[in-house]
Ligand binder design. Sequence first.
Ligand code: PMV
Length: 320
Amino acid sequence: MRAYGKIILFGEHVVVYGYPALAAALCAGVECQISKKSSETNSKNIILDFPQLKFKVTQNDSGTIADALRIILNSIPLPHKPCEIIVRSEIPFRAGLGSSAALAVALSKTILSIHEQNWELSRINELAYLIEQIFHGTPSGIDNTVANYGGLCLVADTSKYQLPDFVTQKIFLPKMTAGLLPKFSSAISLIVVNTGKDRDTKKVVEQVRILYQNNPSYYESVFSEIGSFAIKGYQLLQSQKYQEFGELLNLNHQNLQKLNVSCPELDKAWQDARDAGAIGAKLTGAGGGGCLIAFAPNKEKEVMEQLKNKGWNCFLSQIS
Ligand code: PMV
């Protein structure tokens, strides 16, 4: 079973406070594969094997992944079937591309299928949100929703912000509402630059909370400006106003700098991407390291080549 990674185009961090954010699923994600069924294993446990991390964990261990596994098992009112599951990620862990949410969704779907549980997507989303709470503390729900449903998704607290009429489906999350959006008329390519700098979403979200609590009126004004980008950004892409879309990415990055969630590596990548010809770029996800997205319509290859020559690790991703 697979689940998608994601990029946040606009609105990370402010979505935690209910402001709108726009995210898109990546083709790449996390895959869970049953390597030994109950009839083929001597173990009484559910064993998760992460070959890329050279790490195995069972439901009896300590740590966040074992906690996640227990949450899934506790949601199934049946005797648990032992098995072995290989977990492989096509996206880097802890890089702002939603790997934990993709793991939560892919693992939930796999364990539910082993126990012959045929759940609706909305219920799987609720389960994945509980797991995201273990990983991130106070998640908005945007990551697990995109990991679960794919496509393009707008998330906001609809007691404060209305979702636009063109939303095709509403998904109710514990604190927010997500709206799935129509695809773009033509596929959009974005360059994803991985700074390779490790970061922890929970810590970065907490740092923003402390800043906000110390100066709520200033940060509320920054949040509100960032919050105005998501719907506007979607409409700019839909109407192929690429120059303005790129400039909005830059403006979002500059506003994220005010929240102190960028870092020298992300700022260097931001500068290098624009020097190489990208119209716009911004960090994506919690920041503090991780990834940057750059928009360079019709010259992606040249821009990527220049970025690679400067030593950046990057790949091209399509959203639609
Ligand atoms: O860095 P990631 O992929 O975990 O994304 C976090 C996005 C935040 O807006 C910072 C937090 C959230 O829960 O929405």
